[in-house]
Design a protein around this ligand. Structure first.
Ligand code: AR6
Length: 179
């Protein structure tokens, strides 16, 4: 079992669950949320309508419909500038923890995460990646976890931080870092 940081499009992930960086309405939006809803099809929105939204830092699970992933775990990251730095970090940590707890409860063995809050919600990418790695490392011995980075800038940050400066990875190339 492992934690992998990779470049890619999370809607293509063939995992038990993918995580969606949603908003509190859970009714879709832009960014990765829009991409997941487009790829999953309208049945996903229908199920999301029954969930009564989701608070920042919390998570809810649905089916994956037309996605290769079996489930979608919807979590709502903090809007970075609406909170103190400490509070944003705590809320982002909660997103990863609560998503993992739902994954465990639903017997998921593989989960792919986007870089929650690091787009429209304005969380600095490097700090957002630190939070993701910090929390997901705690679960990596019993699960196959991945952080799927869509933009080249985020992957360059990951390479600089976790591959070039440390030696504690199992595999490293231009498209993935495996811990
Ligand atoms: N696969 C993986 N990552 C992606 C993909 C993809 N297909 N598309 C974008 N990303 P964002 P947030 C990356 O803005 O900051 C929505 O409108 C993107 O490069 O999607 O949590 C929601 O409805 C970035 O690094 O999510 C909310 O209103 C990361 O996903 C709001 O945006 C997160 O960017 C949530 O904002």
């Amino acid at each position: 079992m492992s934690l992998t940081i990779m470049k890619g499009d999370i809607t293509k992930a063939k995992t038990d669950a993918i995580v969606n960086a949603a908003n509190s309405s859970l009714l879709g939006g832009g960014g990765v949320d829009g991409a997941i809803h487009r790829a999953a099809g309208p049945e996903l929105l229908r199920e999301c309508r029954t969930l009564n939204g989701c608070k920042t830092g919390e998570a809810k699970i649905t089916g994956g419909y037309n996605l290769p992933a079996k489930h979608v775990i919807h979590t709502v990251g903090p809007i970075y500038f609406q909170h103190s730095q400490e509070e944003s970090k705590r809320l982002l940590q909660n997103c990863y923890k609560n998503s993992m707890e739902l994954a465990i409860q639903n017997n998921c063995k593989s989960v792919a995460f986007p870089l929650i809050s690091a787009g429209v919600y304005g969380y600095p990418k490097e700090e957002a990646l630190d939070v993701a790695v910090e929390i997901l490392s705690q679960y990596k011995d019993s699960m196959e976890l991945s952080i799927v980075l869509f933009d080249a800038e985020a992957f360059e940050i990951a390479k600089r931080k976790y591959a070039l400066l440390t030696q504690n990875y199992k595999r490293f190339d231009n498209s993935r870092i495996v811990f």
